[in-house]
Design a protein around this ligand. Sequence first.
Ligand SMILES: [Zn+2]
Length: 228
Amino acid sequence: MFAGHLGAAMIVGSAARRVNVGLLFVAALWLDIALWVFVLAGWEAVHIPPDFMATHQPRFDFAWSHGLLAGALWSAAATLLSYRLLARGATGRVATALWIGAAVFSHWLLDALVHVPELPLVGSASAHVGLGLWRHMPLALGVESLLVLLGLWLFLRGCGLSRPRRWTLATLALLALVFTILGMTVAPAPPSAQAMAFSSLLVITLLCAAAWWSGRTAQRRMPRSPRA
Ligand SMILES: [Zn+2]
């Protein structure tokens, strides 16, 4: 899943209006950012199976980025870091930090929905979970498309962004959806795990930078609470 995570980020963004949507994209994709960095570092592994062209599903060994415990810890760390970085006394400081943490954990929940049972609960030797919606690819891609459309609809209503920025964000999300669908249906096998990691990190960086630009004017100064 890729574009569906952006849908989740925008759903969170519709409730956490003070957070730049580009930052929420980073949060919702954080487990994948960690995965690809760890693959390049040799700490996690991605295997391209011989039947890749039939399933379009690599096999993952990714306890540090995508384990349930790891996902909960990444989410808690994002919540604490956001709380620390937000202005002291800012209205909604706790809620905003919790929303950013929720965006991080949404990644694990959505991956657990689509992946075959390969997400470890703790370490690589622990039990693995995954509801395997990718075994029913049209259904999985339908759910992912709905997430993106729902996220766009909820976020763009009342976001306060200028028209060019709204169009940029919608174009980014829909392009991500098109590439997700192509990637899960007709794309050729990647040449190597390293190439997959490099290209994924490049795409995520460009996407989040463009989303951050389109979300800039949505940021408002956080009003101080009267007691601060
Ligand atoms: Zn993932």
